[in-house]
Design a protein around this ligand. Structure first.
Ligand code: PMP
Length: 384
């Protein structure tokens, strides 16, 4: 129950274990083509170009930064934690002049603060972390995308902890690039960087005056490959991760069979269940307001007198694996639970039960069962 890698569906794992074919085998060509088409539906982007490349989520961030930034370009980072910091560092590596809009840990910059920054300068792009996995803070991507449109700035969304879990409507909201990795709500073992570039992002890339500084990330190398496979022809730049692409095709099919709206709703209900469950136990959370608490993960704070060194092994002993803190400023003050992809309410209730067992073992006083009961009630309410 950590926020990625998550646990995967048996059909997805079976695809990982199937005998590997070559990347020019006819059935692989068909699979890759289908997978690209399904990605567009999952990202809810009717007019974007999907890219599927072997690597982790950080490569997906690199695919955005390397191709959209030229030395001297101005970029705005809407900062909600550790992974927003990473984007700022990455953009600077490619020569961007980065301005950041910050917020205290656990909060997010307001739309007004972001608008103020946008109105003071002319930015080529802004980056937003949809869910910062270090804090569990959810940003208002729809609102930020509307600002990006008003100020004619490209908006790049790091959706590593959101895509296929949190509501994200690329085309309708006007998002230019959304990116993720395979191991979270996309529900495929780690190893794929996934990105969809909308028409304004592709146009900005084509208008570059300087070559892309990263050889592996250069869209010039990858766009013809993706276009070829989608028109059911093989092409080669770097050997695709054949089994991971098969697994991705299976998972995207499952995601689309659930339906995007149903999936967003289920995740939203899981988030609400966690919120209500932990507050019934008297635990605060890193996000400082419910309104911007993520639905794909939860970041509860340790209650007074309890620390991670004692609690995390006790939760593990009670049957659930959760993650410790990540944000350097508060690392020892909180833990993290992922609830995305195939995670169902039963998994979540079992986890909250294990947390209760752990808290009890650590001597924390509360009404045993209160968290599970509250979570169950909240889930039922949200789904009815
Ligand atoms: N962005 C966010 C929001 C993430 O949660 C992560 C990984 N946890 C990354 C980027 C980087 O992804 P990866 O570890 O797959 O490189």
């Amino acid at each position: 129950m950590i926020p990625g890698p998550i646990e995967f569906e048996p059909e997805v794992l079976a695809a990982m274990g199937a005998p590997t074919t070559g990347h020019v085998a006819p059935d692989f060509i068909e699979t890759f083509g289908q997978t690209l088409e399904r990605m567009r539906d999952v990202f809810m982007c009717s007019d974007g170009q999907p890219l599927i490349i072997a690597g982790s989520g950080t490569l997906a961030m690199d695919l955005a930064g390397a191709n959209l930034i030229e030395p001297g370009d101005k970029a705005l980072v809407v900062n909600t934690g550790y992974f927003s910091d990473r984007f700022a560092t990455l953009l600077e590596r490619y020569g961007a002049q980065v301005t950041q809009v910050n917020a205290p840990v656990g909060a997010r910059p307001s739309l007004d603060e972001v608008e103020k920054a946008l109105s003071r300068d002319r930015f080529k792009l802004m980056t937003v972390t949809h869910v910062d996995t270090s804090t569990g803070v959810l940003t208002d991507v729809a609102g930020l995308a509307a600002l990006a449109r008003r100020y004619e700035t490209l908006i790049v969304v790091d959706g590593v902890c959101s895509v296929a879990g949190e509501e994200l409507l690329m085309t309708e909201w006007g998002v230019d690039v959304a990116l993720t990795a395979s191991q979270k709500a996309i529900s495929v073992p780690p190893g794929l960087a996934l990105l969809v570039a909308g028409p304004r992002a592709i146009a900005a890339f084509k208008a570059r005056r300087t070559p892309v500084a990263s050889y592996y990330s250069d869209w010039n190398n990858w766009l013809p490959i993706m276009e070829a496979y989608e028109s059911r022809k093989a092409a080669y730049f770097g050997t695709p991760a054949v089994n991971l692409v098969w697994a991705l095709n299976v998972s995207l099919k499952q995601i689309l069979a659930e339906g995007m709206e149903a999936r967003f709703r289920r995740h939203s209900a899981l988030g609400a269940a966690c919120q209500r469950g932990f507050s019934a136990l008297g635990l605060a959370q890193v996000p400082t307001a419910l309104e911007f608490a993520a639905h794909t993960m939860t970041a509860p704070r340790y209650p007074q007198g309890v620390n991670g060194t004692d609690l995390l092994p006790a939760i593990q002993a009670a049957g659930a694996t959760v993650a410790g803190g990540l944000h350097p400023a508060i690392r020892a003050e909180y833990f993290r639970i992922g609830h995305m992809g195939p995670t169902n309410v039963g998994d979540l209730l079992a986890t909250i039960g294990a947390v209760e067992a752990g808290l009890s073992k650590c001597g924390y006083k509360f009404e045993l069962g209160a968290g599970v009961a509250a979570a169950q009630g909240a889930y039922r309410e949200a789904m009815s």
